[in-house]
Design a binder for this molecule. Structure first.
Ligand code: ATP
Ligand code: MG
Length: 322
């Protein structure tokens, strides 16, 4: 058996993203709770659920599944309090969906929920890919994987594009070694580590078919749908409002037009593409204002993205050319 001591956190590596700092709410002891309300009040988990609902546009099926999981955890807590359950439920998950559909963002919220309900000690999220787990040479993989697991103990280990761990074309691929260590730790440390595997749905399905051991340890599968254009527009409005910008006359309609074209073009990545497009619109706005050296710029000028800042995008030219 591989032993992963959870008490000594490893030095942070700059390649792995430790995306969240452990949140430290005033969680009261819920070990005497007998009602759902007592668990909810003590854990403050409802605040995370409400924030998730408020901050994230769309994702109705994902939000519904998270509510279900939270309900299950609360009831489990009450069962534990009455001595009806002694073992921790397996909470490993799979988040499948296209790029930019919110998988990492939701995983961070999930880590908070699990922490507030006392399922993990710290509630941080360690986000890795194959390269963080698998070595290049004999003997390198086990220490790498164990190091990552040590860092993730007490929180959530998020493995992006998890299917790259398994390379059937190469019989002696070291990814298999990482998978075996993960499987053991997912079983033996499931009361203090939740693993979330993420990636494209079809590739995840193929990965699970070839790795039944992994498949059987995943308790919850969450599918992240692509966003619709109205949802993407709502995400845009939320994003610019947070940055203290707004769309000027005709700019929102131009951006809607932009989105309708962009979703049909190559490398579209949902909310991530929206973010990038808005960054470029800000660049163009800055360029436009910069060109006019002597103009006194009001707060309104500095905060407004005009239609021309959107319409200058290459996306319109590509659409015209095709
Ligand atoms: N529903 C949403 N509402 C608002 N913002 C969102 C939503 N979904 C994603 N975003 C934003 O879009 C960006 C990309 O999201 P995130 O990284 O969670 O997606 P992902 O599915 O993990 O993507 P990737 O596969 O590219 O890693 C983030 O900045 C996130 O805040
Ligand atoms: Mg991500």
């Amino acid at each position: 058996m591989y032993s992963i001591p959870g008490s000594t956190p490893a030095a942070p590596s700059n390649r792995m993203a430790d995306t969240t700092t452990p949140d430290a709410p005033q969680i009261t002891d819920t070990s005497g709770a007998r009602t759902v309300a007592e668990v909810l009040n003590g854990s403050q988990v409802e605040a995370v659920l409400q924030e998730l609902d408020r901050d994230l546009v769309g994702l109705a099926p994902v939000k519904a599944r998270i509510q279900e999981i939270a309900a299950l955890l609360v009831i489990d807590k009450l069962r534990i309090n009455l001595g009806l359950t002694s073992h921790a439920a397996s909470l490993h998950m799979c988040f499948s969906g296209n790029p930019g559909t919110g998988k990492t963002t939701v995983a961070m919220r999930m880590a908070q929920i699990l922490h507030r309900l006392g399922y993990v000690r710290k509630g941080h999220l360690v986000s890795v890919t194959r390269d963080d787990l698998v070595g290049q040479y004999i003997g390198h993989t086990a220490p790498k994987t164990k190091e990552v697991l040590k860092r993730a103990m007490g929180g959530v280990l998020f493995i992006d594009e998890a299917y790259y761990l398994y390379r059937p074309e190469n019989e002696r691929d070291y990814g298999q070694e990482a998978i075996e260590i993960l499987l053991q730790v997912m079983e033996n440390h499931r009361d203090d580590l939740v693993v979330i595997l993420a990636g494209y749905k079809d590739r995840m399905d193929t990965f699970f078919q070839s790795n039944p051991g992994m498949s059987s340890r995943i308790a919850h599968h969450l599918d992240f749908p692509d966003y619709t254009v109205p949802e993407l527009l709502e995400i845009s409005n939320k994003t610019i409002a947070l940055q203290n910008y707004r769309f000027g006359a005709g700019a929102e309609a131009a951006f809607e037009q932009y989105l309708k074209l962009r979703v049909t073009q190559a490398h579209f990545a949902n909310a991530r593409s929206v973010r990038n497009a808005l960054e470029r619109a800000r660049l163009r706005q800055a360029g436009r204002l910069f060109a006019d050296r002597n103009r006194v710029l009001s707060a309104d000028d500095l905060c407004t993205i005009e239609a021309q800042d959107i319409l200058a995008s290459r996306v319109f030219q590509i659409a015209q050319a095709s």
